[in-house]
Design a protein around this ligand. Structure first.
Ligand code: SAH
Ligand code: SF4
Length: 390
């Protein structure tokens, strides 16, 4: 007999995988759509509540499968209406997800890994080192939980019509997803792709491809094959206008330098067509990458590269000496790009009172790379690195 631990977790099955599950049970593919709707649209965790599935089939499903979302251990609500949840994953680490309500939309910032191996110099998650890849169930489970926890918050359908004119049939609190929580999504490729497919699947969450964004620090081989798996939107964490500076901020740049990265992103965007452009993310750090000359260099670098630019004022955290630039430096930087013809947005800092702003996400990670110990040895204060429940 199958024990609980070896049961298939239906929470993490994409439509094709759910169809394969029912195929193995000798059932028709439409059972997959029924089951996806029960789990992801009606929030059902008990197979017995799936009343359009016969009792004998439910019994056969229960013998081999269950629906297991990740465990939420803490909920924090910010004064600005944002929410942060701490999610415990099967590896024993915790990750964070953040909901940011804005007029006419609700954005969920989703984590893809516990910790991150890429060690960007300005990122709290990177300082923790890497612990584990999240399973598909743990990634999509964040969206499942947000919809459950925020039920009743509902974004009004008339404000939720997409550029392509499509209104979701089931207005829900979460209208937009950004894979900008903890971790590098393209280093957990397969699980993230399956989770994205559920986010955009009509039988599950039915979000438009324009409202689901992968953020990457530039894993070029993964961007090169992205087109075969998804048509989600793309944000690229650039942070510097030249390789010398980017090597210091994003160590991955030594492997995949800027020219390679931009060529790869252009390739992906070309396959999407429809005048879709990537977002270039640029975290502004005082005295490091926020000089007017950096803005001019960035404008020149991106001259023939259709994109929008999102400036993120650095969010401070304990182990970092970096500082956020003054409001006037941020505005000067923006102005130079604006005058060069770019669409530029400056990300307003939300939810920093609950440690949920960009780059402040730390969870509680068992650091498999031992980076936290190196930090301790170096005399730095390392926070929240010792595992869940601390
Ligand atoms: N690993 C992915 C996604 C997670 S990070 C990536 O790097 O893109 C999400 C965004 O937050 C990235 O653009 C990242 O550069 C930015 N970020 C990280 N630390 C930050 C900090 N301390 N202040 C402001 N932005 C930060
Ligand atoms: Fe990892 Fe992104 Fe943080 Fe870099 S910025 S360490 S890639 S999570």
């Amino acid at each position: 007999m199958t024990t609980r631990d070896t049961k298939i977790n239906l929470m993490g099955l994409s439509l094709p995988k759910m169809q394969a599950f029912f195929h193995d049970l000798g059932e028709k593919p439409f059972r997959a759509s029924q089951t996806l709707k029960w789990i992801h649209q009606r929030g059902v965790l008990d197979i017995d509540q799936m009343t359009d599935i016969s009792k004998p089939l439910r019994e056969r499903m229960k013998a081999v499968a269950e629906i297991r979302p990740p465990v939420i251990t803490q909920e924090l609500r910010s004064a600005d209406g944002s929410c942060k949840w701490i999610v415990q994953v099967e590896s024993g680490s915790s990750v964070e997800m953040v909901f940011i309500p804005e007029a006419g939309r609700g954005t969920l910032c989703v984590s893809s890994q516990a910790g991150c191996s890429l060690d960007c110099s300005f990122c709290a998650t990177g300082k923790q080192g890497f612990n584990s890849n999240l399973t598909t169930a743990e990634i999509i489970g964040q969206l499942w939980w947000a919809n459950v926890k925020l039920a009743g918050f509902g974004v009004q359908p008339d404000t939720q019509v997409d550029e392509d004119g499509r209104a979701p049939r089931h207005p829900r609190p979460v209208s937009n997803i950004v894979m900008m929580g903890m971790g590098e999504p393209l280093l957990n490729f397969d699980n993230v792709m399956d989770a994205l497919s559920l986010m955009m699947e009509d039988q599950a969450y039915g979000l438009s491809k324009r409202r689901v964004t992968i953020s990457t620090s530039g894993v070029v081989p993964a961007i090169d094959r992205l087109q075969d798996y998804t048509d989600a939107s793309l944000a690229v964490s650039l942070h510097a206008p030249n390789d010398e500076l980017r090597n210091q901020l994003v160590p991955l740049n030594k492997k995949y330098p800027i020219a390679q990265l931009l060529a790869s992103v252009r390739g992906y965007m070309n396959t999407l067509g429809e005048r879709r452009v990537p977002v270039i993310e640029y975290t502004l750090i005082a005295g490091v990458n926020d000089h007017r000359q950096h803005a001019r260099e960035l404008a020149a670098l991106l001259k023939d590269f259709p994109c929008k630019i999102n400036l993120i004022p650095f969010n401070p955290f304990a182990q970092s000496d970096y500082r956020r630039p003054s409001a006037s430096s941020i505005s000067n930087f923006r102005q130079i790009l604006h005058e060069a013809g770019y669409t530029v947005t400056v990300r307003t800092t939300r939810a920093d009172d609950i440690g949920a702003a960009c780059g402040q996400l730390v969870g509680a990670v068992n650091d498999a790379t031992r980076r936290s110990e190196r930090y301790r040895a170096a005399g730095n204060l390392a926070v929240m690195i010792d595992g869940p429940g601390q």
